[in-house]
Design a protein around this ligand. Structure first.
Ligand SMILES: NC(=O)c1ccc[n+]([C@@H]2O[C@H](COP(=O)([O-])OP(=O)(O)OC[C@H]3O[C@@H](n4cnc5c(N)ncnc54)[C@H](OP(=O)(O)O)[C@@H]3O)[C@@H](O)[C@H]2O)c1
Length: 257
């Protein structure tokens, strides 16, 4: 009898954190369904993974803010009854003052980071709970804890994912399905080139406690703490410090303000 292969679906696996998840899970013998928009880059990457790890990699070209594309992906998730891992990773940040930002950017940030994740999770979770087996990772950001001017569209969208993941974790705690919300700090990825920044210049400008981390480090921390009754994963001491400092500052102001 042929054993069922393990399957993981990763959104936004063309580069950076998503590509790193794909590589790590392929090395652990998972078949992959990966999504992205840069056709040549993601197709070449999928071929490399297939050759290197002898796994099946299916590429779906998906713009998550387009209803038809999202519907296509939802159908795929619904049909993949034995999906073991779902990683809602696709995303990017924006930087603009609130009064100057276009209102549609808020809608786009919510659809990309939150609404797409909600829809994908609702379908995947039903199957995972039926199988009593599965893992979900929602990629948020350490920025979700911080008060950062010019980040009024991105940070709240990422903060929503933390609250949502914590509530789902509570609802599924008696099952063998787990959920993690991953909150990376600044990470080496294509996100910097997209906004015209040289990654080495970015790294050189950073002051403690900010530090640019390799995507592989973020992914290793995420996968090694997955399922350990720990919903929030913040990779790296520097990032933990940033989040904790922001929380303590708020508590202090609530108690004594
Ligand atoms: N890098 C950081 O410092 C950092 C820090 C905290 C959190 N994060 C989060 O980590 C996640 C991964 O980002 P990354 O840094 O690894 O960036 P990246 O290398 O630019 O990868 C982003 C991925 O998301 C996909 N994507 C972006 N917008 C999309 C859309 N509208 N529809 C469909 N796919 C879309 C991209 O597809 P294509 O490239 O094919 O267009 C790409 O595959 C994001 O959610 C980001 O917010 C990043």
């Amino acid at each position: 009898m042929e054993l069922k292969r393990k399957i993981a679906l990763i959104t936004g696996a063309t580069s950076g954190i998503g590509a790193s998840f794909a590589e790590k899970l392929a090395s652990q013998n998972y078949d992959l369904i990966i999504t992205g928009r840069r056709k040549d880059k993601i197709t070449n990457f999928a071929c490399e993974l297939t050759t290197k790890y002898n796994v099946n990699v299916e590429v779906l070209l998906i713009e998550l803010t387009k209803k038809e594309d999202l519907d296509l992906l939802l159908q795929k998730v619904d049909a993949t009854k034995n999906l073991e891992i779902l990683i809602n990773n696709a995303g990017y940040g924006t930087r603009c003052k609130f009064v100057e930002e276009k209102p549609e950017i808020y809608e786009e940030m919510f659809i990309l980071h939150d609404y797409a994740a909600i829809k994908l999770m609702q379908i995947a979770l039903k199957n995972m709970l039926n199988n009593n087996n599965g893992k979900i990772i929602n990629v948020s950001s350490v920025g979700a804890f911080l008060i950062m001017p010019t980040k009024s569209a991105y940070n709240p969208a990422k903060a929503y994912l933390i609250s949502l993941s914590e509530i789902i974790a509570e609802e599924i705690k008696d099952s063998n399905v787990c959920i993690q919300v991953l909150c990376p700090g600044m990470t080496r990825s294509d996100v910097w080139a997209r906004v015209g920044e040289d990654i080495n210049d970015v790294a050189a400008r950073l002051k403690w406690p900010h530090k640019l981390m390799p995507a592989e480090f973020v992914v290793d921390k995420s996968l090694s703490s997955l399922g350990k009754n720990k919903v929030i994963c913040i990779p790296g001491f520097n990032n933990k410090f940033l989040a904790l400092f922001a929380i303590l500052k708020k508590c202090f102001s609530m108690l004594f303000g």
